[in-house]
Design a protein around this ligand. Structure first.
Ligand SMILES: Cc1cc2nc3c(=O)[nH]c(=O)nc-3n(C[C@H](O)[C@H](O)[C@H](O)COP(=O)(O)OP(=O)(O)OC[C@H]3O[C@@H](n4cnc5c(N)ncnc54)[C@H](O)[C@@H]3O)c2cc1C
Length: 264
């Protein structure tokens, strides 16, 4: 089979540059530099690797503001075939429920897919709920948190690390998988292709109306999460302990201090 792969990607503000607005109880992203969500780059690399092996197509979908377009063009430069940006003021403030619904509707509108590949979680909200949500809306099996993905006939086979062992899971396609960060080395984009994507407007934009979604199904109105309060945790104080005695005594004391943290 030549799989039709969809990669769902998100652009996130650099975590260290985001602050919380205590009055609105929302993330204050203004001014933060944006990056492609790190595990989503690994998800894209998995998709492009499968395309190298089996042929097929790689389609990108992302829900977010128009500035996401530049990042999708970069991904087109890496070898994806087409990109859809779901952008509409109505999508703003979406929690994971309408986010996954909106993405699922876009994937259904593509007119056929075999595998949806996501990152394990976003670097900003970090819920990890969108991939399972997508699988539920699409009514297909899911394999989450994997570091290797293979396709054999109409089956997807994926490997999940479990501490000191692995489990290998199979699902009939169409299916959704989510890929852990650092599981591969994402390729560099071809900058001529990035430029061509920008100049020729390869990224298509779809709105709520084009997805057949009502305004109370998307964005803030379609969200069930309400942030009632924000409590800042106490900063953790560093503990400093000076070891006394001879070198040997210090080494012994250090080994004893570390022992409770060592795995058997
Ligand atoms: C309590 C709470 C309050 C929040 N408040 C706000 C807020 O005020 N303003 C605000 O902007 N956001 C807010 N969010 C964030 C918003 O709900 C999420 O960013 C969004 O729903 C996606 O969830 P996630 O980032 O946890 O994705 P995850 O489920 O962690 O992402 C996993 C994977 O799903 C895919 N994915 C996720 N999002 C997208 C996307 N948009 N497009 C394409 N693929 C995607 C990617 O492959 C990603 O790696 C809040 C979240 C929570 C939990």
């Amino acid at each position: 089979m030549t799989p039709r792969i969809v990669v769902s990607l998100k652009v996130v503000p650099k975590p260290e540059e985001v602050s919380l607005n205590p009055e609105t109880r929302t993330l204050d992203r203004a001014g933060a530099e944006n990056v492609l969500n790190p595990p989503d780059k690994n998800a894209l690399e998995v998709a492009l690797g499968l395309k190298d092996t089996h042929g097929g197509t790689v389609t990108l979908v992302s829900m977010g503001p128009p500035l996401f377009k530049d990042y999708l063009e970069l991904c087109l430069g890496m070898g994806a075939d087409q990109a859809i940006l779901l952008s509409d003021r109505l999508f703003a403030g979406a929690d994971t429920y309408p986010t996954s619904l909106t993405l699922a509707r876009a994937i259904q509108k593509l007119g056929g897919y075999d595998l949806v590949i996501c990152g394990e979680e976003s670097a900003d909200a970090s819920t990890g709920q969108v991939p399972p949500g997508l699988a539920e809306w699409l009514g297909v099996p899911q394999i989450t948190f994997v570091d290797e993905v293979r396709v054999q006939g109409d089956t997807v086979i994926a490997r999940r690390a479990l501490g000191s062992s692995y489990e290998v899971l199979e699902a009939e396609m169409p299916a959704v998988v989510s890929v852990v960060v650092g599981s591969n080395e994402p390729r560099f984009p071809d900058f001529d292709r990035v430029e061509a994507a920008a100049k020729s407007g390869w990224v298509k934009v779809w709105t709520a109306a084009e997805l057949g979604l009502r305004d109370d199904e998307v964005g803030l109105k379609g969200s069930y999460t309400i942030v009632h309060d924000l409590v800042e945790g106490e900063p953790v104080e560093r503990k400093r302990h000076f070891l006394q005695g001879s070198l040997e005594e210090k080494i012994r004391a250090l080994a004893e201090a570390l022992e409770p943290f060592l795995r058997p």
